[in-house]
Design a protein around this ligand. Sequence first.
Ligand SMILES: Nc1ncnc2c1ncn2[C@@H]1O[C@H](COP(=O)(O)OP(=O)(O)OP(=O)(O)O)[C@@H](O)[C@H]1O
Ligand SMILES: [Mg+2]
Length: 437
Amino acid sequence: MEKQMVKQIELDWSKGKIINDEFFPEDKLGRVKYATFLTKLLASQGFDKSRDDVDQKRNYVLNLNSEWGAGKTYFLKRWSEDIKDYYPVVYVDAWKKDYSDDPLMTVISSIIEQLRKQAGKDKESPEFKVPRKLIGLLKAAAPGIGRGLFKRYVGIDPVMIMNADDDNESLGEISTDENGKPIDMSFAASEAVKYLIDEHDAKSAAIESLKKSVFEWVGAVVSLKKKELPAFIFIDELDRCRPSYAVEMLETIKHIFDIKGVVFVIATDTEQLQHAVKAVYGEGFNANMYLGRFFNSRYSLKSPNLENFLEVHCDVNKLSGDYLRDLNVEVLPFNEDAKITLRNISVVLNAFTVSARTAIQIADRIVATISNMPKGSKVDILMLTILLCIKDKDSNLFDEIVSGEFERHIQNGEKDKLIYLNDFLSNYIPNIYHNSK
Ligand SMILES: Nc1ncnc2c1ncn2[C@@H]1O[C@H](COP(=O)(O)OP(=O)(O)OP(=O)(O)O)[C@@H](O)[C@H]1O
Ligand SMILES: [Mg+2]
């Protein structure tokens, strides 16, 4: 039977999963189908045996866009976890690494380190045999560095590496230092890379050899661990970095975007990133067009509706019938199912058109309030939500209401009529809704 062009990988996110000590709940936003789709799309873009020989491997850069808190990180982490059994996979958190002044160094060192681990060449295994691919890797790094310096940084004479036989599976003779101590070749390689980047004159040569290094490491993972091409490199939280860094990062990593057989997924909140670009290039700058140039395509994850959004962000269980009975607190209107209560709360939040962040804060406050009520008490959840929304929109009005000093009059013909809070609110809510539209 003809081998299928792109393997169909089944992704299953119907259950929660712990990834690197972090818990990811079941997929409540129906995202898994997008990961399945994009895997297929990117896999076939990055590598296709049916294309001409020289064209089988391609590079591809996808921009995954969605708003704050809509689930980019969840999506990338679960996605990358699931496909790493099949492809070389790298996940880079640009924000976490925003300590370095050199974005390229940051990304590449992270990429190389992760690929090295996937190739099974952990820091813990210093005396591993140097596979053929690694010789290529070191060869790529060697010419950029003077012989003496290379030896100092890497601990190996570059001439020895250059002369090493490509087909030699092990580099036994040179993977030990003068004292016969084994050398951590992987560390050595990354040191070489580090040195290359420091060297300003050699910058573009360095970029070339870095690309080659990534290419070689990808090859090492594929051949040593029986993975397939392309390699997936995910870069997350770019827009969370300070503006100049985010822009610099994008402009630098674009240099490595064109490694054949590697596909990049760059997650951004495009709106946010455009602000970053404008902070660097000025308000009048066409940030959208500028960003478009970096990517082969852009793909947006739809923001969930408020109810689903709150479900993934808040401790919804604390609104369930069971929980409330245990607590001995009565809420009105009562619903066994926490989701229905959440939906009611969302209706109010929507009416007040609060931002996503505020919605989370208010929902958290509602849950906290309920949890701290004395046993046996009752609380009108919708009124509570309304009050918290008013507090957010108009704290004077809120103070008036909770201090019992609320008083409004309307002119009714000749007479001055006192109106009650509920009448006031039934006008007030549609009004603010209208005004903020
Ligand atoms: N599909 C999903 N199913 C269930 N929970 C999800 C899903 N997507 C995201 N979440 C949860 O929603 C919260 C926010 O998601 P996440 O951190 O991925 O958002 P983000 O878009 O990366 O946000 P930021 O803009 O802050 O980086 C997390 O607690 C996450 O576990
Ligand atoms: Mg995130």
